[in-house]
Ligand binder design. Structure first.
Ligand code: SAH
Length: 255
């Protein structure tokens, strides 16, 4: 009785065990209850053996968060697992919102444990496309009005940000990705380099270089991250690179 609970919101990285940070590993290890989307438990099977595992389907984010807050408020040590980084389109904001509104009597100790996001994992597989200012935009209009997504796409391209697109396409959302391409084309030429990474650090990983003009001809889905360069991004060999602006030529010796 009277034990103060603990609530850890942990990012698992993009998939492979090697991309799980030691801090995330340790956080799961010291929790008694692990709550998450059912698909993630296979990734951490060795770490959750013998623990109480509560797996809920993809649409039940609010239920997962409420349960986590309730259990931690009751004195349990709870870990909520989320893919990539839990604070980037993940469970962290929702859990903190519910924590604020539900006011568990004996407030648990809370921490958000960072993870490698699909954004930087996919960038690394492409080379160094995010070496300068960039914007991350999700094309999912499930929770965000499409008008706002369009405004952000135009603003990011207009300000010459590199743009990483998450949730580019799902079974029910097919027109958003070509529409996003058309909006970026308002400011960027069609030959602007773009990279598509599917299943980063998971079985079936694929990395493809394309261009803004052609990117919507490639198959993309909910397991794909798309990175569109800015006006300076170049394809160097098979690497996508956004130069930071260092001068590499000896003065006066440039082409
Ligand atoms: N919290 C997660 C992002 C969740 S949004 C993170 O930080 O990584 C889900 C989107 O992320 C997917 O639709 C896809 O665009 C991208 N994504 C997640 N995992 C990925 C992976 N292994 N490879 C490529 N893209 C991925």
């Amino acid at each position: 009785m009277g034990n103060r609970g603990c609530l850890l919101i942990v990012g698992l990285g993009p998939g492979a065990a090697a991309t799980l940070t030691p801090q995330a590993r340790e956080s799961i290890g010291r929790s008694g209850v692990v709550i998450g989307y059912e698909g993630y438990f296979a990734w951490v099977a060795d770490l959750v053996a013998g623990k109480e595992c509560i797996a809920l389907p993809l649409t039940q984010e609010v239920e997962r968060a409420r349960l986590a807050v309730a259990r931690a408020g009751g004195g349990d040590s709870v870990c909520v697992i989320s893919s990539g980084d839990a604070g980037i389109y993940g469970m962290a904001s929702l859990v903190l919102e519910i924590l604020e509104s539900d006011h568990p009597v004996d407030g648990p100790e809370v921490a958000v444990i960072p993870g490698i996001s699909a954004v930087n994992a996919c960038a690394a597989l492409l080379g160094a496309p995010l070496a300068h200012d960039f914007a991350v935009i999700s094309l999912s209009d499930l929770l965000t009005p499409w008008e706002l997504i369009e405004r952000r796409l135009l603003a990011a391209a207009g300000a010459d940000f590199v743009v990483a697109l998450l949730n580019p396409k799902s079974g029910r959302r097919a027109w958003q990705f070509p529409r996003a391409r058309d909006l970026l084309l308002h400011y960027l030429p069609p030959q602007t380099p773009a990279g598509l990474v599917r299943n980063a650090y998971r079985p079936g990983q694929s990395v493809d270089m394309t261009t803004l003009g052609r990117m919507a001809d490639s198959p993309v889905d909910m397991l794909t991250t798309v990175i569109v360069g800015n006006s300076r991004t170049r394809l160097l060999g098979h690497w996508l690179v956004t130069p930071r602006g260092y001068r590499l030529d000896p003065e006066g010796a440039g082409p």
